[in-house]
Design a protein around this ligand. Structure first.
Ligand SMILES: Cc1cc2nc3c(=O)[nH]c(=O)nc-3n(C[C@H](O)[C@H](O)[C@H](O)COP(=O)(O)O)c2cc1C
Length: 271
């Protein structure tokens, strides 16, 4: 049994669905002309079969009518130059305008994350979005306090944590840089590749944000304290059994980058 049912009157036996299906192994279908798709237990609900079928011959339980849409603009994708321009001009933003990010805009950013790949299509990543200024400040302050408490003798970062604490005391925010929004990615910690899935999804969010004129900053300090102290996850209402795998400060950038700079040359081994 497969969750996908092929309508024999529409199927042209091109077999592309079976070729692209991640769950098909072994012999082809014994039913001549009808491709063999993954059995129920191997089906990832990835939708490749329904998305690739040229004649719309496949009905899939996970994708009811109305959820399979034609690709826009005849499948045109941004050119390599356009993509590279986005990739080169995205920078970590550390100075934000005093302007809230509207909920519908944050949802557009997260819509980018929703379409990220995930191991075995688990789509394991969930999000907490903080826009409350008071709570953002609390997250930054608690992060700074935990960092200060963690820098024992010999910790090479103890000095930096001291500077961060000093800045916080002066009302500045070296943790979230005063961003008006924070997106926290979390997942059930035993999900397959939970951390990688979250990173990949958040990077999609970063690029979606850039395309909307927003700036992002990976909130590394918040991420690092979440790994070793329960207090910030508790403040963020992260559910039991879930772990924080990424955090992104988000807002409208105050400054525009008019140039892009070089990166280290590629280090590639060709075999
Ligand atoms: C996982 C991760 C954590 C980071 N954490 C911080 C951070 O806590 N504070 C910060 O100012 N920048 C942080 N950054 C930004 C890096 O410093 C930045 O990506 C790098 O300097 C390159 O600059 P660019 O992002 O503008 O290209 C982080 C980046 C990553 C990928």
């Amino acid at each position: 049994m497969s969750k996908a049912v092929i309508n024999p009157s529409l199927c042209t036996s091109c077999n592309i669905c079976a070729e692209v299906c991640p769950g098909t192994f072994g012999e082809p279908s014994s039913d001549p002309g009808i491709p063999k798709l993954a059995p129920d237990f191997m089906c990832l609900d990835c939708g490749h079969c329904v998305a690739v079928c040229p004649t719309g011959a496949i009905a899939h339980r996970a994708f009811p009518a109305g959820t399979i849409r034609p690709v826009e603009d005849g499948g045109r994708v941004p050119t390599y130059e356009e993509v590279m321009s986005l990739l080169r001009t995205r920078r970590s933003v550390r100075v934000f305008r005093d302007r809230a990010v509207e909920k519908d805009v944050i949802l557009k950013v997260l819509e980018g994350a929703r379409f990220a790949p995930s191991a075995t299509n688990t789509q394991s990543t969930e999000y907490v979005v903080v826009t409350d200024r008071g709570l953002l400040r609390q997250v930054a302050e608690l992060t700074s306090a935990i960092l200060s408490g963690s820098g024992g003798a010999g910790d090479p970062y103890a000095f930096v944590y001291g500077l961060i604490a000093e800045d916080m005391e002066k009302g500045r925010d070296p943790i979230l840089r005063g961003a008006p929004a924070l997106i926290v990615a979390h997942a059930f910690s035993r999900a397959n590749y939970a951390g990688v899935n979250a990173s990949v999804a958040l990077q999609n969010a970063v690029l979606a944000a850039s395309s909307l004129g927003l700036g992002t900053l990976w909130a590394g300090y918040v991420m690092s304290v979440c790994r070793r102290d329960e207090r910030v996850p508790a403040l963020l209402s992260i559910p039991d059994g879930h772990q924080v795998y990424g955090a992104l400060a988000l807002g409208y950038p105050k400054y525009e980058y008019r140039h892009w700079v070089e990166r280290r040359p590629l280090r590639v081994t060709w075999l």
